[in-house]
Write a protein that binds this ligand. Structure first.
Ligand SMILES: [Zn+2]
Ligand SMILES: [Zn+2]
Length: 248
């Protein structure tokens, strides 16, 4: 069993930036004087959900389905009822963000969660009411044991501390082993994930933001939101760092 394995490089990276001895960008590994984990050059490389191409055309990914279009919610998704009172998804799941998320999830680079949490925090609109609590999408016990940590919880923790909102990593658990949903269609995922979560009673009466790293079909987040509402949550937002694009 491997829990919270920390590599020396991570500790070094972390202390260097944290203690403000100097800092460097986790994307390009160049040193910088900004005392941030990300340099301005790399930040400008991140592909935003809505962007303007060289010809001046503005395109956006639909936050709900990932289809490329003109607005953040496409016409067909606008007609469907969404369980989320708001979706925050600032970036497309594309280079270089996909590499960083992959490194965090599959190569134990937990030090990257801080910059990801900070980017997510910066994407939350200043206007409007903040949620009472951030709740990360739980991993199954088997997955948590194998990985040693939950990347969504790591991102949520940094985001929460920057925003000054509590994060409850134990507010819910995944009670069904659903395995990987990769390769399944939207309908198959929704069917597969049914009843997979159990939320603790303390979410009752709370305004919650679900935090996750990547949004694909949204089946997992929708099922999790349903469980939170069934347990009495007042409202549920979805905050993810990156959205995959879909072709339909
Ligand atoms: Zn950089
Ligand atoms: Zn859509």
């Amino acid at each position: 069993m491997r829990f919270y394995r920390v590599e020396w490089q991570d500790l070094y990276d972390f202390s260097l930036n944290r203690l403000k001895i100097g800092s460097y960008c986790v994307f390009c590994r160049r040193s910088s004087t900004s005392c941030r984990d990300l340099c301005d050059g790399c930040e400008s490389q991140l592909q935003r959900i809505t962007h303007t191409d060289r010809a001046g055309r503005v395109t956006s990914l639909c936050l709900a389905c990932g289809i490329e279009g003109r607005s953040e919610i496409c016409a067909s998704c606008a007609q469907r009822r969404s369980p989320f009172t708001r979706i925050v998804a600032p970036y497309r799941y594309a280079f270089p963000l996909d590499k960083i998320i992959h490194q965090l999830k599959y190569h134990d680079r937990r030090v990257y969660a801080r910059v990801l949490g900070s980017l997510l925090c910066a994407a939350v609109p200043a206007e409007g009411v903040l949620p009472d609590v951030l709740v990360s999408v739980p991993l199954s016990r088997a997955r948590a044991r194998k990985r040693g940590f939950n990347q969504a919880a790591d991102i949520a923790r940094w985001c929460a501390s920057e925003l000054g909102v509590p994060h409850w990593p134990d507010a819910a658990e995944r009670i069904a082993e659903t395995g990987s949903l990769a390769g399944l269609s939207r309908a198959e995922r929704q069917q597969h994930i049914l009843g997979a979560f159990r939320a603790a009673d303390r979410v009752c009466g709370k305004r919650i933001a679900i935090v996750d790293d990547v949004l694909t079909t949204g089946a997992t987040a929708r099922e999790f939101a349903t469980e939170l509402y069934d347990t009495g949550a007042l409202s549920v937002e979805l905050w993810v760092l990156a959205r995959t694009s879909s072709t339909r």
